[in-house]
Design a protein around this ligand. Structure first.
Ligand code: G3I
Length: 317
């Protein structure tokens, strides 16, 4: 059949995948499927703060550069993930005196965005700023800079100055359906817009449980789009108990198609990124014991019913 990347392009969206550089360089099948089927790449870990600047002022771009080279060789877009996040943050940042945090954040953003200037389609500038109740996480950035909107606006402005062409996103999970966390993100975007901060998009991670794609997904993404930002599905996977049953694999196919159809139905939805290529390289089993089978390909790289469902949703098959 026609690769997902071509089907998606014909429909005006991208089909992306999160990749790990270690696997790209050691596994030819993984690399070949990534190249053939997807036209946008997100580095799974290689552009995070703990990898890029593990000690103050010392920057390591090797893994991120390798992913960017792979993407460029395949004419793929790259989603930069991510610049500011409470997790995968080295200890030197969390132990800084409060009055040095803003400078460290701005320096990190400026250095990384400048390094990749012209090569990144969109940055997740701030990742996961909210807890599950929809309160700002009171992390080192929040505490040092006078609250959520303030540090996020500053991060966005710093990124914009370093690469004016890159789209700037805030990204989070459990904001896909309506609810208090989604409302918190909605109010953040409104506040950022009201003060003229450079926010271009909202990323809906979409780490779903089989059969539980929120029924409000479309209406919720549309209300963000109506604020004047792009929206994207940035980390899609659909987990289930393992070993997977046929019934769950079929429900998963329905779930994946539902998400792709939702993106297609929203003018400002720019694309869908699958979080990990195959079940053998998914983050899910190590985080959720007894669960997995969350991706489009099984651990032997056979396309699953979900793959066929995505293909059909994109008008192929
Ligand atoms: O690289 C080290 C290795 O040297 C060490 O031996 C090993 C032992 O634990 O750890 C390896 O690092 C792991 C890293 O993935 C690379 O494999 C970390 O422990 C592990 O925590 C890390 O997990 C990543 C996770 O983010 C960290 O929060 C996952 O791969 C990655 O898929 C996941 O991605 C996040 C997004 O960035 C944000 N949204 C949620 C999503 C899923 O959690």
């Amino acid at each position: 059949g026609t690769p997902l990347r071509d089907l998606a392009a014909a429909k005006g969206i991208y089909m992306g995948v999160a990749l790990a550089n270690g696997t790209l360089s050691s596994d030819a099948t993984y690399k070949s499927i990534a190249a053939t089927q997807f036209n946008t790449v997100t580095p799974e870990n290689e552009m995070k703060w703990d990898t890029i600047e593990s000690s103050k002022g010392s920057f390591n771009y090797s893994g991120g550069d390798a992913i960017v080279s792979f993407a460029q060789a395949n004419s793929d877009k790259v989603r930069g993930h991510n610049l500011v996040w409470h997790s995968q943050l080295p200890g030197w940042v969390t132990s800084l005196p409060t009055n040095q945090v803003q400078a460290a954040m701005e320096n990190h953003i400026t250095n990384e965005v400048t390094h990749y200037k012209g090569k990144i389609y969109a940055w997740d500038v701030v990742n996961e700023p909210f807890d599950d109740s929809g309160n700002y996480r009171t992390d080192v950035f929040y505490n040092a800079m006078g609250g959520g909107v303030a540090y996020i606006a500053d991060a966005l402005k710093t990124a914009r100055a370093a690469d004016p062409a890159a789209k700037l996103y805030v990204n989070d999970y459990n904001i896909e359906g309506t609810g208090s966390k989604s409302d918190a993100m909605y109010n953040l975007v409104k506040s950022l817009k009201a003060q003229g901060a450079p926010i271009d998009g909202v990323g809906f991670e979409s780490h779903f449980i089989v059969g539980q794609v929120p029924s409000s997904l479309k209406a919720n993404m549309q209300r963000f789009a109506d604020l004047g930002v792009d929206v994207a599905i940035t980390e899609l996977d659909v987990r289930m108990p393992t070993p997977a049953t046929t019934a769950n694999l079929n429900q998963q196919a329905t779930d994946y198609a539902n998400v792709v159809n939702t993106c297609l139905a929203i003018t400002r939805c720019v694309g869908v990124t699958a979080w990990d290529l195959d079940d053998g390289h998914s983050w899910v089993p190590s985080t959720f014991s007894g669960q997995g089978a969350a991706t489009l390909y099984d651990a032997s790289y056979n396309p699953k019913p979900a793959y066929t469902a995505v293909q059909n949703a994109l008008g192929g098959g």
